[in-house]
Design a protein around this ligand. Structure first.
Ligand code: COA
Length: 703
């Protein structure tokens, strides 16, 4: 391996140059290189100043996150180096560009002078990994930027641009040009002026803008989010910076950092950091595959989904044609999109000019011929196989050669729809989540015949419209809804057995789920949920269990569609769900009809186990069937699309934390207690094998 840091001299300036692609992260080798290079500078008394400079796209963007799990991980070598660097008797200058984050900003703050290029951004994003800065960021930043801004940056992880960093005192000069040349010139200028060294650790912490209850209030706010302990740790550290000598503050930070680093929250968030980057990597897809150009997009269907999908493209500056079957539906759909944009503008999120631009990018039409010029067309009509098949056939004819045809189905067979187009290589599934202009997840469904460049193009496009795209193979419900199905199945059985919706919801919400299954389905629409069950039944896909999801079908029959009809699993007062005795009556009647015994001893623990363990098991099946490429992909789907708490790392990461052995044992216990005629409680071979081998599900890949 080449040395990631080299030391060289430019006249009377020593230069430490780092080259550790892709983002100059502080790997152990990089830290060793810095230490060695600095020793060379110290040994050469002829040099007047030292410049730190990084090659490539950015100055150091942080500590090497992958090294945080190493058994011998320690911040000590780097922190000791920072102290020595700061103690240098000759000026040390950092030339900043790119994203100066975490350990990168900590390194820069230990230097005596900081120059930044105009596009530079600085920040301490460790909180996003469940951490606080561990290399004196919590002690040096308050000394440069003041306590309120420092605490805000550490708790939010947000970045400041160069201009703001200059104003805040984090950088000293902003200059345009080449970082190395500018840095050298600045170092020369400082050397010529005999500029003094300025040690950040020796600066007093300004007490300006700190009310007497500042830290107490900050702590109380932080402790309202106990799932994110880094927020409170940040308060303790910054308070130490404000009130204690530097050396003592250093000890507080070191102690808090070491509590957080091995914590489940931080490990979960680190897992997701890498998961989010991994999902875009598609095994077997050549890196250099030529992408198709997508300059215009068509959407079929102006319903909630179609409108939301169209907004994604308009937001990214891509013109969209929306086609509907009749003018009334079209006008209603376009009106809804307009209202959405106007609401954003009213909140100040869009300027009048942006509002006008976005609306101008949207065109409505009643004629499929208007889709002929589009580079991609997404059908987003409601979930009905016959209708979608007809539309796909039509699209196969009207779309120009080379256009991509995408289906926004949430459960249906993409291969069947692809066949209906007559050009299956052009077809891919794009499963958006509602509201489609807000939710980050996009499941990209790779059909048996989807051309590699079609898949690659859609993955790239997903990035352009700000989505986290996860590839799924074809199966009922793909990754997310297939897992959600077993979760909903158990939720309904629990209700029939005597649990109340509010108890079921509360039990999983206590785990951190954004919303329990009953509130979720009431919001998404019981009609939507029931129709997918009905469609699956038509396709012969339901288990041989007459009581399978009878509740959702009954509620649908009764017109209890959820929030929109003010009754579903709950009754609604406005948007507030209220327990509804009528629901209990429905459950009692269904239980009697299907011979299900009701009981009053259903515990929260049973609810959590029965909702989560089959879902985890389904995830393991999805992985072993190669529907998902990696366990991490499944976790990303649930965190980005289903409100699964990020501090739990996703369902498979949570499974690893619970212990796969325990899950297998509990599945077996439920099989005995509840019977297993339909295989609901049969643990997958993958789950059982990993449990026996002591391996992790969230780190596993498809065979
Ligand atoms: N440690 C290890 N690897 C890192 C890293 C870090 N601190 N930061 C980025 N990487 C890796 C990514 O995993 C990715 O690797 P891959 O190409 O093998 O998938 C690569 O660098 C590029 O990162 P990516 O996020 O895809 O690029 P980007 O240009 O969109 O964003 C950053 C660059 C630096 C803004 C972003 O990666 C980031 O926020 N990194 C984390 C910074 C951080 O938290 N630092 C503090 C750590 S304590």
């Amino acid at each position: 391996m080449t040395n990631p840091v080299i030391f060289e001299t430019h006249g009377r300036i020593g230069v430490l140059r780092m080259n550790n692609p892709p983002v100059n992260a502080l790997s152990p080798a990089a830290v060793a290189g810095l230490i060695e290079g600095f020793a060379a500078f110290e040994a050469d008394a002829s040099l007047q100043a030292l410049l730190l400079h990084c090659e490539g796209r950015t100055f150091v963007a942080g500590g090497d996150i992958s090294s945080f799990d190493l058994p011998n991980f320690s911040t000590a070598p780097f922190n000791t180096f920072l102290a020595r660097l700061e103690q240098s008797a000759r000026p040390v200058v950092a030339a900043l560009h790119g994203t100066v984050l975490g350990g990168g900003l900590e390194l820069a703050m230990a230097c005596h002078y900081r120059l930044a290029l105009p596009g530079t951004r600085v920040g301490l994003p460790e909180v996003k990994l469940g951490l606080i800065p561990g290399s004196l960021g919590t002690q040096r930043l308050p000394r440069l930027a003041g306590v309120p801004l420092a605490l805000d940056m550490i708790q939010s992880g947000r970045m400041l641009d160069a201009g703001w960093a200059l104003e805040a005192g984090i950088v000293d000069v902003v200059r345009e040009g080449d970082a190395l040349n500018l840095g050298l010139a600045y170092a020369e200028q400082l050397a010529a002026a005999n500029a003094p060294v300025r040690r950040t650790s020796e600066l007093p912490v300004s007490q300006a803008g700190i009310p007497s209850d500042f830290f107490a209030a900050a702590l109380s706010a932080a402790q309202k989010k106990p799932a994110y302990p880094a927020l409170a740790a940040a308060v303790w550290c910054v308070q130490a910076a404000a009130e204690l000598p530097f050396a003592q503050g250093e000890q507080v930070e070191a102690r808090e950092f070491e509590v957080l680093r091995p914590s489940a929250t931080s490990r979960a968030l680190r897992h997701l950091f890498f998961a989010e980057r991994q999902v875009s990597k598609i095994p077997g897809l050549p890196k250099d595959v030529a992408l198709r150009k997508i300059a215009t997009v068509g959407v079929v269907g102006a319903g909630t989904m179609g409108g939301g999908i169209a907004m994604n493209f308009a937001n990214a500056g891509i013109p969209v044609v929306i086609v509907e079957a009749n003018d009334e539906a079209l006008q209603r759909g376009l009106g809804l999109v307009r209202k959405n944009y106007e609401a954003s503008a009213a909140k100040g999120k869009l300027s009048a000019q942006q509002l006008a631009q976005r609306l101008a990018l949207l065109t409505g039409s009643l004629d499929y011929a208007d889709l002929a010029g589009c580079d991609m067309v997404i059908e987003a009509v409601f979930e009905n196989m016959d209708l979608k098949r007809q539309i796909c056939a039509k699209l196969g004819q009207v779309c120009k050669s080379g256009a991509i045809i995408a289906t926004n189905t949430s459960t249906l067979d993409v291969d069947e729809l692809a066949a209906a187009t007559g050009r299956p290589a052009d077809v891919v599934g794009m499963h958006f989540f509602s509201p489609a202009n807000v939710m980050r997840l996009l499941e990209v469904v790779r059909g048996a015949k989807t051309a590699p460049e079609v898949l690659a193009t859609v993955m790239k496009l997903a990035g352009v419209i700000g989505k986290v795209a996860v590839v799924s193979g074809v199966c009922y419900g793909f990754i997310g809804n297939r897992m959600a199905e077993v979760y909903m199945r158990e939720a309904e059985f629990l209700l029939l057995e005597g649990a109340q919706p509010q108890q079921v919801d509360r039990a999983v919400e206590a785990l951190g789920m954004a919303m329990g299954p009953c509130r979720m389905l009431d919001m998404a629409g019981i009609d939507v949920g029931a129709k997918t069950v009905i469609e699956r039944d038509k396709a012969g896909g339901l288990p041989a269990d007459p009581s399978y999801r009878v509740l959702v079908r009954k509620l649908f029959e009764m017109g209890r569609f959820g929030q929109k009809t003010l009754a579903g699993y709950y009754r609604y007062e406005g948007r507030t769900p209220v327990p509804d005795p009528a629901l209990t009556e429905i459950c009692v009647a269904l239980a009697a009809q299907y011979g299900i015994q009701r009981r009053s001893d259903i515990s929260d623990q049973e609810i959590v186990e029965r909702l989560l363990y089959p879902l985890i098991n389904e995830g393991a099946l999805i992985l072993s069937e190669g529907i998902a490429y990696r366990g991490a992909d499944i976790d990303m789907v649930w965190v980005a699309g289903y409100g699964f708490p990020d501090h739990r790392g996703g369902p498979l990461f949570l499974a690893d934390e619970i212990g796969l052995k325990k899950i297998v044992e509990r599945m077996a216990a439920y099989a005995t207690e509840r019977g297993n005629a339909c295989g609901y409680w049969t643990a997958s071979n993958l789950l059982k094998n990993l449990a026996t081998q002591g391996k992790r599900l969230s780190d596993s890949s498809a065979p």
